[in-house]
Design a protein around this ligand. Sequence first.
Ligand code: ADP
Ligand code: GLC
Length: 502
Amino acid sequence: MKVLAVTSEVFPFAKTGGLADVTGALPKALSKFGVSTTTLLPGYGTVLERLERVLVPVAEMNLLSEPVTLKKARTGAGEIIVLDAPSLFRRAGGPYSDENGQDFGDNWKRFAVLSLAGAEIARGALSGWKPDVVHVHDWQAALTPVYMRHRGCSIPTVLTVHNLAFQGQFDASLLPFLDLPASHYRTEVMEYYGGISYLKGGLLHADAITTVSPTYAREILTPRFGMGMDGVLRMRRDDLLGIVNGVDEEVWDPATDPYLPYNYGATNPRQKEKNKKILLQRLGLDTDSGPLFGVVSRLTWQKGMDLLAAAARDFLSKGGKLVVCGRGDRAIEQQLESVAHAHPGRMSVHIGYEEHLAHLIHGSADAIIQPSRFEPCGLTQLYALRYGSVPIVSRTGGLSETVIDANVAALSARVATGFQFHPVTVDALRHALNRALHAYGDGDRWARLRSQAMKARFSWDRSAREYAALYGRLAGTTIGQATDVQTSEPPPSRRSSRRLAR
Ligand code: ADP
Ligand code: GLC
């Protein structure tokens, strides 16, 4: 089975969040099920630099009046096709915004060209190579199924929604520049509240829609979480599936993580204390025996970081210490910085995106806090579990199904792995932090909680099996059986229908 993935991020080449982790890890896991993935990624300057020596030009074309070259490379994350369109992607800044954090004004064109390149590859632009299934991620690639259908290509498509908050909304007057007919400005095609939405186009054209947890798949059918797309999603509910993300253990394993001064595993978690001491010293925080809680996150409203800023004073005054690594909304960054400023030696805020520090925080902190208002899946809490940093999370989306709250029942059954709170308010978060502080005060209880957290397994194998089964159903074929995956789940069913059973 050959799959073409189309995405704006792939770890380790381009990453702003969890999307990259997923598109970087999934091809490796899928290969065990006989699925070989070729991933199309924009040729950002950093990607071209990094892969310079291994890229081989394989096709040239003109897309929306832009000359582009497709370049291929075999990488640790599978086969990658880099879309080299110099005027669109080789520029300073991140994948979506300039150095000042301003979205690029031509994102409509940049990601339409990405999507169109995906459609052209599906149509055979790579010397006749054609995928059996095309799997696109988020709004940046969501036009691929639209272009494919418009250009007469009927290969089955899957659209994965990683975050419904980002919808690719633009002015309808751009349609002619997208090489799409004006008639696409209709409610049942791409029209969205007076403009056009790439995501809506994808949601209406893809054969199957997935999102990154079963809970989020249910939540987005409601007005509260549907972000204006709930009506469209309810129409497609029979084709909507939630598949939870996994952990790439080649990248996130405390026993081998090269960023940690001391590696450790479930049998010697005390080594973690040594990392904690090093981190505290490096950040200039007090080295008393109190708990260190950490945050590695976008500092945004979605992630509830304003709630944390409001709850932090109480936590710090009770002997806790806090380290935050992230970036996002300037106002929220400032709120957190001002709490840290008022508590010297107790709280450190690092504004920025730093892979090294992210790993070190997971490998040092006693707990990781994630008070999201909504969370499609969340990877941070999965890494926290793996690293024995007890997760403290709001009960929403993927957080609700990956962390087991330390309530009396779970404690007595010895299955608790963290703390959940609900509703998502400052008071509820403060209460959860107090519960965690209290549990930390009982050394044996905390050690048990940490050990249970470290035993939780969110491997990509289980999720890759579900994606592979989905591809098989869409393409009307039986997918290969995994060769080295242990699981008690039944093998994927043999079905030829393109409709998905729920
Ligand atoms: P989202 O994709 O919504 O931001 P996830 O929890 O799914 O949230 O994934 C976030 C990913 O980004 C994780 O791999 C996390 O380690 C990483 N990350 C977030 N903020 C930072 C940061 N400031 N520095 C380094 N890595 C970060
Ligand atoms: C999005 C979501 C996050 C999810 C990630 C990867 O960024 O906000 O919850 O884990 O995508 O699927």
